[in-house]
Design a protein around this ligand. Structure first.
Ligand code: 3HC
Length: 311
């Protein structure tokens, strides 16, 4: 039996009334939003590392400028999302501590290496493509600050996906070696990109409650299927082969059937045993430590300014 304020809260959710930071909310609602928004922010920040690896090695000045702009966008997405999470009563320091201690997750996809320039194309096309698929519905989620942050982020993600697909088109229309690089990148990024949407619905611990609270508006499998249906024609246009022998159009369903994913790999990766987890955490830990003197300087300056103001 729901308490009166919980019933009133659920009625707002059912009526698509946005929940704002000062509104009453069930502790579970606050907790799962802090979990999801902070992990989303961590994903944006850690997501800069695989791509950052190629900024100094981009093939042209134009590609370098575009990649720089994309990586800077991801930093901004991380900051918006940390701000949205702070409205729920967690501090930036607490979120950083949760990431660096391994208590908080970030998207599995960023634990894979970027071995060639074609990976930058595959990431824009597939990873940002999957991120858009997952973030567009979040623009309508029930928590106001999260929904509003998503509106701006989705606009910038569209540029990220377009520039990635453009890199893939250039490679596929290039020399045989370039086309082979694009195929190799697709071979390595296809399955990890499908796993970004989360475990199968019957293994998803949060989906039922998150959907009742309109935090999650579509299930993991539903968005994964939508992504496959949209992306297969794009691979065909490039003349690339999707690395899945079971992939085939199912007229009766009106969707592509595709092969089982290896969920043991997924759980290993999110447990910290992916190809690059250690490297990613070391990079984040080093950035945090290297920045300590600067943060202390800012705080000392702020205290002095405050003291002068009070004097
Ligand atoms: N990577 C890491 N952990 C994942 C994951 C993934 N791809 N998918 C699921 N998980 C974790 C969940 O966090 C949960 O663990 P937890 O309880 O410790 O948090 C567990 O696996 C069970 O999964 P559920 O499906 O039950 O969890 P959710 O209901 O939270 O659904 C989600 C998972 C769909 C990823 C959801 O959290 C979500 O929509 N998050 C916001 C979007 C997001 O984080 N996207 C990251 C994409 S990368 C990005 O945006 C950068 C872009 O610019 C490229």
């Amino acid at each position: 039996e729901m308490a009166p304020e919980e019933r009133a809260f659920q009625q707002k959710i059912d009526a698509d009334v946005k929940i704002e930071p000062k509104d009453w909310m069930p502790e579970g609602y606050r907790k799962t939003l802090i979990r999801q928004i902070s992990q989303h922010a961590h994903s944006e920040i850690v997501g800069q590392l695989p791509e950052g690896n190629w900024i100094t090695r981009a093939p042209t000045l134009e590609r370098k400028a575009i990649l720089l702009a994309k990586v800077q966008d991801e930093a901004g997405h991380g900051l918006y999302l940390y701000c949205a999470a702070e409205t729920l009563g967690i501090s930036r320091d607490q979120m950083t501590e949760q990431l660096l201690s391994g208590k908080a997750k970030y998207s599995s996809i960023f634990n894979y290496p970027t071995l060639t320039w074609a990976d930058i194309g595959a990431i824009g096309w597939l990873v940002d493509g999957a991120a858009i698929m997952n973030q567009v519905p979040l623009q309508r989620c029930s928590y106001g600050p999260y929904a509003r942050a998503m509106i701006r982020i989705c606009k910038e993600e569209s540029f990220h996906q377009r520039q990635g697909y453009d890199i893939m088109m250039k490679l596929c229309r290039g020399t045989p070696e370039q086309k082979e690089m694009a195929q190799d990148a697709l071979d390595r990024w296809w399955r990890p990109a499908l796993m970004m949407f989360g475990p199968p619905d019957d293994q998803s611990v949060h989906s039922a409650q998150s959907m009742a609270w309109k935090i999650k508006l579509n299930s993991n499998d539903e968005l994964r299927q939508k992504f496959v249906d949209q992306t297969v024609p794009q691979a065909e246009y490039l003349g690339l082969k999707i690395p899945d022998p079971d992939l085939k159009w199912n007229e009766a369903r009106g969707h592509y059937d595709f092969g089982e994913l290896d969920w043991s790999e997924f759980y290993e990766v999110i447990k910290g045993n992916g190809p690059c987890n250690r490297e990613r955490m070391e990079a984040r830990r080093k950035a945090w430590e290297d920045g300590a003197w600067f943060r202390e300087g800012l705080m000392a300056h702020a205290r002095k300014k405050e003291a002068r103001r009070m004097a």
